[in-house]
Ligand binder design. Structure first.
Ligand code: HEC
Length: 270
């Protein structure tokens, strides 16, 4: 599905392509090797450096730069982001498997979203960054952790896939759409610039609801006017696959008033 597709054909098949991507599953599973995996998830300097960078970009806004639960957004959140230096109030716990589960699934019904759009190697780096903040609070990963994660999330295959996570083909499909459809591309670019410059409440809400604004806007532009109607349909469409569409999974805990506000802000922008 590369170069020779015309724009019209491409747009015609966009739904199909994205539909197929949603059903994408990792290839044949390699035999899980627990001791190897246990070795792979041990931190080294490079992993910790990567983990710190990922943390600053993805987590610090809520959890604070030092992970004390005091990020810029924390004041507005309920429940409050976890303090990684404390043992109190943990839901999935401070074991390696507990941390991985949290990043895989989020804590539903709270602002803590899933981060399974990040490659497993990045999530492991993030976990090791958190563990490095208060070593005594976090038990070392065990063979039992690895076994649980293998059973629940095919950890070995996820790690072997490295940066090539399930979302990459979708990102490529979206890139392709952007590359081959100039008017829509222009619309997305224009909206993106407007959004970046905007300091009003609506722009802030859009920005904080999305982890990848280009992807979010592209999805909306490509779906025509279908998202502009009834707010329930809009929220359903976003939530159907929030992360693939560039939205944060925390939108799942928005109230109907927040959904309306978000929809209206997007209507104004696009
Ligand atoms: C939008 C704000 C927000 C962002 C961004 C965020 N978190 Fe959270 N996180 C929370 C909140 C709020 C809680 C506590 C929820 C609760 O008490 O149920 C939480 C809880 C957690 C927990 C504790 C789980 C447990 O067992 O109780 C971990 C671990 C965690 N976050 C890791 C991360 C990491 C790593 C990132 C970045 C990749 C991240 N969070 C980004 C808001 C956020």
């Amino acid at each position: 599905m590369k170069r020779h597709l015309t724009t019209t054909a491409l747009l015609g098949t966009a739904t199909l392509v994205l539909g197929a991507m949603l059903a994408w599953v990792p290839g044949p599973a390699a035999e899980a090797q627990a001791p190897d995996v246990l070795k792979q998830i041990q931190p080294n300097d490079e992993m910790l450096k990567n983990g710190a960078t990922l943390f600053a970009a993805n987590c610090a806004s809520c959890h604070g730069e030092q992970g004390k639960g005091d990020g810029l957004a924390a004041a507005a959140l309920n429940p409050k982001p976890r303090n990684f230096h404390s043992k109190d109030a943990w839901k999935n716990g401070q074991t390696f498997a507990g941390l991985y589960k949290t990043l895989e699934e989020g804590l539903p019904g709270t602002p803590m979203g899933s981060f399974n759009h990040l490659p497993a190697t990045d999530r492991v780096a993030l976990i090791n960054h958190i563990r490095s903040l208060a070593k005594a609070n976090y038990p070392d990963p065990t063979a039992q952790d690895v076994e649980t994660l293998q059973k629940d999330y095919s950890l070995a295959e996820e790690l072997a896939a490295g940066g090539e996570k399930a979302l990459i083909p979708v990102a490529k499909a979206v890139e392709l759409l952007i590359a081959e459809d100039a008017p829509k591309q222009a619309k997305v670019k224009q909206a993106l610039a407007k959004l970046k410059a905007g300091t009003d409440k609506g722009s802030m809400l859009i920005s904080s609801s999305s982890y990848d604004q280009e992807r979010m806007l592209t999805m909306l532009v490509n779906s025509g006017d279908s998202w502009r109607g009834n707010v329930q349909d809009f929220s359903k469409m976003v939530m159907y696959n929030a992360e693939v569409n560039g939205f944060r999974s925390m939108t799942g805990s928005y109230t109907s008033a927040q959904w309306s506000e978000l929809q209206n802000a997007l209507k104004k922008l696009l």
